[in-house]
Design a protein around this ligand. Structure first.
Ligand SMILES: *[C@@H]1O[C@H](CO)[C@@H](O)[C@H](O)[C@H]1NC(C)=O
Ligand SMILES: *[C@@H]1O[C@H](CO)[C@@H](O)[C@H](O)[C@H]1NC(C)=O
Length: 419
């Protein structure tokens, strides 16, 4: 029994993994993951690598620059966005501080770990904190200056992630506009992004719109299942889901300030599988539909109605793991596609799948990370809500068999031959 069990487990794993890929992931062009770590029970980064690969992820967004994670993903080909926490903005205005931060948090991991972007702060402008707001652009400029000095500015961009709440109007999409009081500051940031060839990042949650107004907002529209959709009266463009309406509202807001060409990435979107009594819609079924349909829609490589080519749109789904130490309503701790032990938080087309086994041990692989929890990670260095993001790069020509099966096979071979 002792000898046979691991083998049986491998075959079970193989069947489950292939089932998973066929059911939900053969449809996805290219996935990136927001890897939030506000938790004390997550697997070690080494054990997260196969998990990220198992969902076909090619991009990971962090809320800090966790060296353990960046080392674990060396030579995996996965692209990283690293983050600088809101509390460091003031300090980063100093050129020497910025240079030493870039040296130890970015340069030290290149080129083995492909860091392509730094997000400076998270959702700063929506906080209405004037000192943070005032420090944002200088910190971005200072970090960009450090990248130039170190010769890294061609491979690493500098941006910041915004909340959709910086829009005063988001419906209809053609009326999208920034909050009046933020226009001067946003304009300066957009000038910086445009000059440095950096993307505009925005976090967009149709869930919040639904939760705030479940009687008015049709659930099928937010879950990508609307039979009729809505038409923008000004442009006559047809929207069959709310996320695309939100993205086009951001495009309209940018265009209204004269920035028609900036790439826009959705740095966070997602749906919680659990919430408090007053958080209508936070269920495993809705989370499965939202994230599953999101992947399908993006795999069709259609852009939004306003930018139908969809060429440069990346979407990062929040989040990789449920994060047990996040404050706020119950939903905040339940955005993960996965539980901390690597099993799905809800059915994404598989059951009992568990890939986060400790493959570095000499003994038989554990089928789940149980046992004593790992030590509590250092306090999060960002005020992020900690999301796993799935980034879809629809522009890339792509062979599903290769992108999904090669990592999958590699993993299986790895498991089989180590034991
Ligand atoms: C920030 O200010 C805007 C406009 O005055 C307001 O609508 C919004 O609720 C405020 N947000 C926070 C987090 O205080
Ligand atoms: C995996 O096993 C090795 C060797 O026993 C151990 O040092 C390491 O901490 C384990 N990692 C996890 C995440 O359990």
């Amino acid at each position: 029994m002792e000898l046979r069990n691991p083998i049986l487990r491998h075959f079970r794993l193989l069947l489950l993994i292939s089932g998973y890929f066929y059911v939900s992931l053969t449809l996805v062009a290219s996935i990136g993951i927001n890897y939030g770590q506000i938790a004390n029970n997550l697997p070690s980064p080494e054990n997260v690598v196969p998990l990220v690969k198992s969902i076909g992820a090619t991009k990971v967004k962090l809320y800090d620059a966790d060296p353990q994670v960046l080392r674990a993903f060396a030579n995996t080909g996965v692209e990283f966005i690293v983050g600088l926490g809101n509390e460091y903005l003031e300090k980063m205005q100093d050129a020497d501080s910025a240079k030493s931060w870039v040296k130890s948090n970015v340069q030290a991991f290149l080129p083995a770990t492909k860091i392509t972007c730094i997000t400076v702060g998270n959702e700063i402008l929506a906080l209405n904190d004037s000192s943070l707001t005032d420090n944002l652009l200088p910190a971005m400029q200072s970090l960009h200056g450090a990248l130039v000095t170190l010769g890294l500015d061609k491979q690493v961009t500098v941006t910041t992630a915004h909340s959709l709440a910086i829009l005063e109007t988001s419906y209809p999409p053609s009326a999208g506009a920034f909050r009046q009081d933020l226009v001067p500051c946003v304009t300066q940031i957009l000038n910086f992004l445009s000059k440095t060839g950096s993307p505009f990042l925005i976090n967009a949650y149709p869930f919040f719109a639904y939760k705030a107004n479940p009687k008015q907002v049709p659930l099928d529209f937010v879950l990508f299942q609307s039979a009729t959709g809505v038409v923008d009266p000004a442009t006559k463009l047809h929207y069959d889901n709310m996320l695309f309406a939100q993205i086009d509202a951001a495009y309209s807001a940018l265009a209204s300030l004269g920035f028609k060409k900036l790439p826009v990435h959705i740095s966070e979107t997602g749906w919680p599988s659990k919430g408090d009594d007053d958080e209508v819609g936070a269920t495993p079924e809705n989370a499965r539909k939202y994230n599953g349909n999101l992947m399908k829609v993006f795999s069709q490589k259609k852009g939004t109605p306003m930018r139908p080519n969809g060429g440069d749109l990346n979407i990062y789904v929040f989040a990789l793991f449920n994060e047990n130490m996040k404050p706020g309503p119950t939903s905040e701790r339940n955005y993960g596609l996965f539980k901390p032990d690597g099993t799905p938080a809800y059915s994404l087309g598989i059951t009992g799948y568990n890939i986060v086994s400790n493959t570095t041990t000499a003994g038989p692989p554990s089928t789940s990370i149980s046992g004593p929890p790992p030590p509590t990670p250092p306090a999060p260095t960002s005020s992020s809500t900690g999301y796993l993001s799935i980034s879809l790069s629809p522009e890339k020509p792509h062979n599903h068999f290769c992108t999904l099966f090669i990592p999958c096979l590699a993993l299986i071979m790895n498991l089989l031959f180590r034991h």
